[in-house]
Design a binder for this molecule. Structure first.
Ligand SMILES: *[C@@H]1O[C@H](CO)[C@@H](O)[C@H](O)[C@H]1NC(C)=O
Ligand SMILES: *[C@@H]1O[C@H](CO)[C@@H](O)[C@H](O)[C@H]1NC(C)=O
Ligand SMILES: *[C@@H]1O[C@H](CO)[C@@H](O)[C@H](O)[C@H]1NC(C)=O
Length: 401
């Protein structure tokens, strides 16, 4: 009891403190954003403290909270919803009820959560996939890959690959009435990273090439090579996603070694032999002038971390660090970026790198956007920004898929 009261008191004090931390000026519904931001910051600090005193791991504590919001597969008047498995990986299917003579398009959606948290069961994502199915008249497949740190890289990635390859079989597409020429892979945040990485693999695999018509990436994180871009510097403390939490989760994707996030905070984590990757993620080359502002590019420092992680060279982890020949075959692409997001520059640079090799890209940039806003589309934490992002994504699918 004493312990709970102490936690509660501490939480209230922290929350009150965080509520007065400044947020960017042009943000819509600023007080709601402040309150949610304070709640997120408080939660992650409490999680950090619990971990430091050895009571609970950070990711386990956050997972308990995230799971409070999980939904059951409930059909509505427009869409039949069911949970099943594809190739032993849990998926939630959204099948439009409307009668239709021709085959339907399909969307495979990968949820965010830093490779460590989250599910298609998360209320706002369940709504998103439901609305997509209804509005686009598409079959939607929400995917729950196994997650780190219990199942580290490449397990989550390989799970998505398995689901996609399974779904792309002619027999399966026929079973759900899907048009094989109208399939999109989508994801938000780390789900965007998985979608982008899997799209690269699928499009460069002779057996599956051109089976994806499109990819849609919503504020994706696309690389871990350089984590000191202007967007990392400008949005270090959020709102919502701080650089520290993002780095902590990204590292948990493949290791519990605490030295890695420490090195990453200083941007000195890349091993020898990685110099060529910095060219591919060089913000000084690929970021539009408008976003460079007065930021000064510093040449990379490599080989400082011991033991080193050669895994960091892997483009399945950093799709932005794939070379031009790997990008050339990518399908029609939608990218949504948010100004107030540490991951903003990953998305902005992917737009340019894809356009440079002739991939057709549609880009929406939210000038008042915040990372993770899609997760705030349902009461009690509802942001108009989340709805606007959802509408932009679904409109693009309607027009392009
Ligand atoms: C069903 O579809 C109609 C038309 O798009 C929409 O107005 C209605 O809100 C939908 N129902 C649900 C439960 O989403
Ligand atoms: C990055 O780009 C800048 C300017 O375009 C250049 O001076 C710098 O050497 C590049 N660094 C790397 C590692 O590619
Ligand atoms: C691009 O990367 C792929 C996979 O890592 C590699 O096989 C290929 O040789 C690279 N191509 C060039 C031009 O560097």
């Amino acid at each position: 009891m004493g312990y709970k009261a102490l936690c509660f008191g501490l939480t209230c004090i922290l929350c009150a403190f965080y509520i007065f931390t400044p947020i960017p000026e042009n943000i819509e519904e600023p007080w709601k954003v402040r309150i949610m931001d304070a709640a997120i910051k408080t939660t992650s600090l409490v999680a950090t403290i619990l971990e430091k005193i050895g009571l609970k791991r950070l990711e386990d504590f956050l997972a308990i909270l995230v799971k409070l919001d999980y939904t059951q597969p409930i059909s509505d008047e427009n869409v039949t919803v069911m949970d099943t498995t594809f190739s032993d990986i849990p998926v939630r299917l959204y099948l439009p009820k409307r009668k239709r003579e021709s085959q339907r398009p399909a969307v495979i959606f990968i949820h965010g959560g830093g490779f460590v948290l989250g599910s298609y069961k998360h209320t706002p994502l369940d709504l998103l996939n439901r609305w997509t199915a209804n509005k686009v008249d598409a079959v939607v497949v929400g995917v729950d890959p196994r997650l780190a740190p219990e199942y580290p890289f490449p397990v989550p990635y390989e799970d998505v690959v398995s689901v996609v390859k399974y779904f792309l079989h002619d027999k399966i597409l026929a079973k759900y009435g899907v048009d094989p020429n109208r399939i999109c892979i989508s994801g938000d945040s780390s789900g965007g990273a998985l979608a982008a990485g899997v799209a690269q693999l699928i499009q460069n695999d002779p057996e599956f090439k051109n089976k994806l018509k499109a990819q849609a990436l919503i504020y994706p994180g696309l690389q871990l090579v350089d984590v000191s871009m202007p967007s990392h510097r400008e949005n270090e403390h959020g709102p919502f996603l701080s650089r520290k939490l993002a780095i902590k989760l990204a590292c948990l994707y493949f290791t519990r070694d605490k030295a890695l996030p420490q090195a990453m905070m200083k941007n000195q984590h890349m091993p020898y032999g990685s110099m060529h990757l910095f060219k591919l993620v060089n913000w000084s080359t690929f970021l539009p002038e408008k976003y460079k502002k007065n930021h000064v590019y510093t040449e990379p420092i490599i080989g400082k971390l011991n033991p080193s992680y050669s895994i960091l060279l892997d483009s399945r982890l950093s799709p932005l660090a794939a070379n031009d020949s790997q990008l050339r075959n990518l399908p029609l692409t939608y990218i949504l970026t948010c100004k107030h997001d540490i991951l903003r520059d990953d998305g902005l640079m992917y737009v340019l790198r894809l356009q440079n090799v002739g991939v057709k890209v549609s880009h929406d940039h939210m000038e008042d956007g915040i990372h993770g806003a899609l997760s705030f589309m349902a009461a009690p934490v509802y942001l108009k920004l989340g709805i606007r992002i959802k509408d932009k994504y679904i409109n693009w699918l309607e027009e392009n898929l």
